[in-house]
Ligand binder design. Sequence first.
Ligand SMILES: *Cc1c(COP(=O)(O)O)cnc(C)c1O
Length: 370
Amino acid sequence: MQENIEVRARKAIEQLKPYSPGKPIWEVQRELGLERVIKLASNENPLGPSPKAISAMQAALTELHRYPDAQTLGLKQTLALHYDLSPEQVLVTNGGDELITLVSEAFLDADDEIIVPSPTFSEYAFGAQIMNAKIVVVPLRTDFQYDSEAILAAVTDRTKIVYLCSPNNPTGTFLPKTELKHILDSLPKRVLVVLDAAYSHYVTAEEYSDGTEFVRAGYPLVVLKTFSKIYGLAGVRIGFGISQRSIIQSILKVKEPFNVNALAQTAAAAAVGDEEHVRRSQTLVFTERERLYKAFDTMGISYTESMSNFVLMEAGEKSGIIYEELMARGIIVRHGKTWGLPHHLRITIGTPEENEYFLSALNDILEAIA
Ligand SMILES: *Cc1c(COP(=O)(O)O)cnc(C)c1O
């Protein structure tokens, strides 16, 4: 049947570019007819979900005919205890992504401005676009470090939100605590800061802050966290924000009642208490990160030192070919062009076996195209 639809979407929506996720394993298997496909493209935890979370979800299956707890009370209490806050300072969302959308809906009027570093996670801009707000881009320095003064210089009367992603995706660089405090102290009081700490568990630098201490100190700050990375629960979609009560109250007004499903709530509460899984996941990344650096050094590849579970490597003019050749061998990584970095590839740190496989493939490819 031929469609003849005259209904038009909002102007703001027509200009949106679709999010480009890392290719799923099944898709590459089907397209290339490959048995072994490894995905180092979406910063997932290669060790899988916390075993405690798996048991908790299994035990919850028979209650799935019930609606989930709209207030996520149990999990909020667990998180409040964990971060030394009150439960009213916690908001649980359907992934960290939903928190960004909710913050946008709650705080952005048309023509308000958000400040975002660049390159960074694309969802901040997305949230502004759906609200018809303006995106003010402040480039990171050439070594991908934050430029606090440039961020402060970009503030105008219309600035509503400043996004800081630390460690930053896709660069792995972070904002030192003294600079975070400097930004918080210098901004007008009407500006909300969103500190995206999705990767905070992978930081080893002493000067890092995940922002929670500044929430406790009363700053107008939302700290974003997720269960998709270290806790290995990307598939059930759960994340959370912590902030001041009044800010949380505003965000709650635009939240759907049952935004977080029951399995996710149960899994997350169990995962927070699974310290062993967290430690194992950290150790893996700390060890393997060093291994990748060493191998890159040997191959003469430049990279940015990362405080995260991925490494941004400089692949030069041939990055497109390297990306395709890795894909042909069943290794999915992320091409930098989505972030305006056409000469870079972002590699998620996998298991030791996966990293070995990747490094040996990369070595072969580099020799073949030299
Ligand atoms: C993964 C990620 C998130 C959150 O992802 P969800 O799966 O929606 O929880 C937030 N910010 C950054 C920078 C991320 O990389």
